[in-house]
Write a protein that binds this ligand. Structure first.
Ligand SMILES: [Zn+2]
Length: 178
């Protein structure tokens, strides 16, 4: 907290902080109680850290590296932020239609299918599955569900065995300890 110097009638400066604003400060030299200015007038006092003879410029008003950082950061944020809003990056221009299609024709079917299943299915090329695909999906889903069920059962079993094992170990130790 910045300390300010409140001049006492005896000629001594009383060091006060903003928490004392509007109250009374006791002079360490003469013991007199001096009224401390309110918070908004406190800055008019000399700051305790400010070298004497530098007038009324308080320490808190001096320009520091931190101030420079704040100013430079604010300017950069405002300028770069506004500039980034001022344009839209152009879309990448893809190869021509014929090139893409002939490449797709040459690509292995599984890669084409993978691209279709992962990306294209979300684009406008979605189509209802064929009867064969629907059957295959139902079969796959069935076995996925079955495997998940078995994994859950295995996990439950392992946890039960672990809990039982710990219980056995614990009661065995109790017996030994007797
Ligand atoms: Zn005094």
């Amino acid at each position: 907290m910045t300390s300010f110097l409140l001049p006492c009638g005896c000629g001594v400066d009383i060091s006060v902080t903003s928490s004392q604003a509007g109250g009374l400060a006791t002079c360490p030299a003469c013991g007199r109680e001096e009224p401390v200015p309110r918070l908004r007038d406190l800055g008019k006092l000399r700051a305790a850290a400010a070298p004497r003879g530098k007038g009324d410029v308080g320490a808190s008003r001096r320009w520091t590296g931190m101030h420079t950082l704040v100013l430079a950061g604010s300017l950069l944020a405002a300028t770069a932020g506004l500039l980034s809003l001022s344009f839209t990056p152009p879309e990448v221009e893809m190869f021509d239609d014929a090139t893409i299609r002939s490449s797709a024709m040459r690509a292995p079917t599984d890669e084409v299918y993978s691209a279709w299943a992962t990306r294209l299915v979300h684009a406008s090329v979605d189509r209802p599955p064929t009867e064969m695909e629907a059957k295959s999906k139902a079969r796959s889903d069935y076995y996925h569900t079955l495997r998940n069920g078995l994994r859950t059962a295995a996990a439950v079993g392992a946890l039960a065995a672990l809990a039982g094992g710990l219980g056995v170990l614990f009661s065995a130790r109790k017996v030994d300890g007797r």
